[in-house]
Design a protein around this ligand. Sequence first.
Ligand SMILES: [Fe+2]
Length: 204
Amino acid sequence: MTTPDFSTLNQGNIVAFIGDIFDRCGDAEYLGEPVTMEQHMLQGATLAERNGLPEDIIVGALLHDIGHFTSEFGTFAMDDTEDRFHEEAGARVLARFFPPVIVDCVRYHVAAKRYLCATRPDYFNRLSEASIHSLHLQGGPMSAEEVQAFERNPNLEKIVQVRYLDEASKDPDMETPDYWHFAPMVQRIVDQTLAADSASATAS
Ligand SMILES: [Fe+2]
């Protein structure tokens, strides 16, 4: 596989580029879960859409694990290990095209699990076996200080919503539309984000 040059990605090709990742790599195993990566991310987006949640949550759920595919963006390092800091890698590649709320939903979806385990006793029971296993690797439930710091994030509510969708998206039998159903929504958000960025650049 040739590694694309991330600098060639732009407003006109990023949505198709992500779609191509879904199409070519989506059937990768989602470690320890009975669904593929593609099913997992599409289920989150579909559940959000069916529940009438806002577009930033739908797209946050759709892209929250995109960091598992960062070699597609040319950011892979040889010392990366499976699942290690995929949330940070994903957030970094999305930050050029998506608003801070979506980037935060991606960046903090692992931290949100640690947060919810510390603050909502019923949440732990929702975790799959694989998710409990990775919780331990990720540092276990947050400490009181970590909880306090996490709650300062203005996007906390949406980060938590995406985390609940993440947990709910491991159903081997759920039917979903494919990525291209969501592509116009993804494009709309990219267009809004870049328009807002260029407006603020012009103003400053
Ligand atoms: Fe996930």
